[in-house]
Design a protein around this ligand. Structure first.
Ligand code: P71
Length: 457
């Protein structure tokens, strides 16, 4: 087996500014141990998110020069509409500035107070937009999807029995739509199988409930189906994607992931009435329906991105490079969510730093250590993000897990960058008992991971 190489060469470079350990110790103190407060110039390898951080191709940059900036009826809109129809198969395209705007519009028209919206796992912004409508967001992922160390090919699958029971118990009228997040970000970037998509679709059809995808990472999901599900080995990712979308009534999309762009999103759907309502709301909040909060050039870049992302050489490299990081971490004894996901590797910080109790925020502590040691920025998916303070006892109520997410921007870093990340983590492994826990010195009422401050304990 030869090395799976990056299937591109680099034509435009963005320098990384080197820092010393002393520099980083000072920046860390100044940031109050919250890496959101760092300047990106002070970060060497930025694995905070895979969202909006991709490198665009020469075709995308060239397409941007051809973007049509007309207020109404722009050519770039019709080009994107055509591509979305070809790849996703839906009749209506409603562009938005990013994924959460698509969610806000979709749920404003479809969801009423007291309703229930099931998903495998809701992403933060999806949950927030459902709760904003005074409805309940339910996570129905299969049990295997909740066990970090467990290997399973489709840990993003929805528990269909739970979905059926929910519909039986609460009634069809309470459920305006069912969602499937592909891939399932909150549970580790894990894919949903075609068999599960079909099974969820059948249940939805039987009860007349629309099924929508949260489709940000649809191409990665399609490629996992090709690799892991019987009967798909000889199909192209585009054919698999097309089949996936044929089992749903529409999707919300953040193009900042598998759209390979730095900003943008959309709703795509078949229903005429919902499309009309969405467009009316779009005009009020985003813009005219043929640009929806984006410049014409952004639409042009998305149109190329959603096609390029389905290129098989790209997807082989993408999935292999994420697996490279995950498998090598396991080899050096660092516990991670298994198997490796599509867009990120999640370190189980509670297991790795077993000398720290959850109250001492092991994931936040590990993130700070990764930054100080090697200038690597990651994201916390643990007690800081999902736990909360008990206002009676003053103690922290921990989240289910304390994970550090290493999200990999698309087409940005090379294998030597990942080797460096592995070296930094390996050097920490020997001295992990020296990593000290953290405590809050400030926390806001909600979304505390973005603005909280900490001290070492
Ligand atoms: C990620 C993000 C971006 C993010 C969002 C909020 C806090 C920190 C980072 C965004 C998603 C997503 C899924 C499954 C919808 C959105 C929103 N993910 N669904 O993972 O993963 O899209 O950012 O374009 O509004 O770092 P948007």
């Amino acid at each position: 087996m030869k090395t799976i190489i990056e299937p591109f060469r680099i034509k435009c470079v963005e320098p990384i500014r080197m820092t010393t350990r002393e520099d980083r110790s000072a920046f860390l103190e100044e940031s109050h141990f919250n890496l959101f407060n760092l300047r990106s110039d002070h970060v060497l390898i930025d694995l905070l998110t895979d969202s909006g951080t991709a490198a665009m191709s020469q075709e995308q940059w060239a397409a941007m020069m051809l973007g049509d900036e007309s207020y109404a009826g722009g050519r770039s809109f019709y080009e994107l509409e055509e591509r979305v129809a070809a790849i996703f198969g839906y009749k209506h395209l409603i562009p938005t500035h990013q994924g959460r705007a698509a969610e806000h519009i979709m749920f404003s028209i479809a969801v009423e107070p007291g309703m229930l919206v099931p998903n495998n796992n809701h992403f933060d912004t999806t949950r927030a937009n459902i709760e904003f409508q005074k409805a309940e967001a339910l996570d129905l992922v299969i049990d295997q999807g909740k066990v970090p160390s467990l290997d399973h090919p489709f840990k993003g699958d929805m528990n269909v029995l739970k979905l059926q029971a929910l519909i039986r118990e609460k009634g069809r009228e309470k459920i305006p739509l069912v969602l499937l997040t592909i891939t399932n970000n909150a549970a580790g970037g894990q894919p949903v199988s075609m068999a599960n998509i079909k099974a969820v679709y059948r249940v939805c059809r039987e009860h007349g409930i629309p099924l929508f995808f949260d489709a940000c990472r649809f191409a990665e999901n399609a490629y996992f189906i090709k690799l892991r599900e019987d009967g798909y080995q000889d199909k192209t990712p585009a054919e698999i994607a097309r089949e996936m979308f044929s089992y749903a009534d529409g999707c919300t999309m953040s193009a900042k992931k598998d759209g390979l762009v730095n900003i943008g999103g959309f709703i795509a759907l078949d229903d005429d009435e919902w499309a009309q309502k969405a467009r009316n709301l779009l005009i009020m909040t985003e813009g005219f329906p043929t640009y929806g909060g984006l410049a014409g050039r952004d639409l042009a870049a998305i149109a190329r991105g959603i096609e390029e992302v389905l290129d098989e050489d790209y997807l082989r490299y993408r999935i292999a490079s994420t697996r490279y990081l995950g498998d090598h971490l396991e080899e050096i004894g660092v516990p991670t969510v298994r198997p490796p996901g599509g867009h990120a590797i999640f370190i189980d910080a509670r297991a790795f730093l077993d000398h720290l109790s959850p109250e001492h925020l092991p994931a936040q502590a590990l993130m700070c250590a990764l930054y100080e040691e090697g200038g690597i920025r990651s994201a916390e998916i643990g007690t800081v993000t999902f736990g909360r303070k008990d206002h009676v006892t003053g103690h922290e109520i921990p989240a289910d897990m304390d994970l550090v997410r290493l999200a990999i921007p698309r087409r940005v870093y090379t294998q030597s960058h990942m080797d460096y990340v592995l070296e930094v983590i390996a050097s920490l492994t020997g001295r992990k008992r020296d990593i000290r826990g953290l405590a809050f010195t400030y926390q806001p009422k909600s979304l505390r991971n973005f603005t909280a401050r900490f001290k070492r304990v």
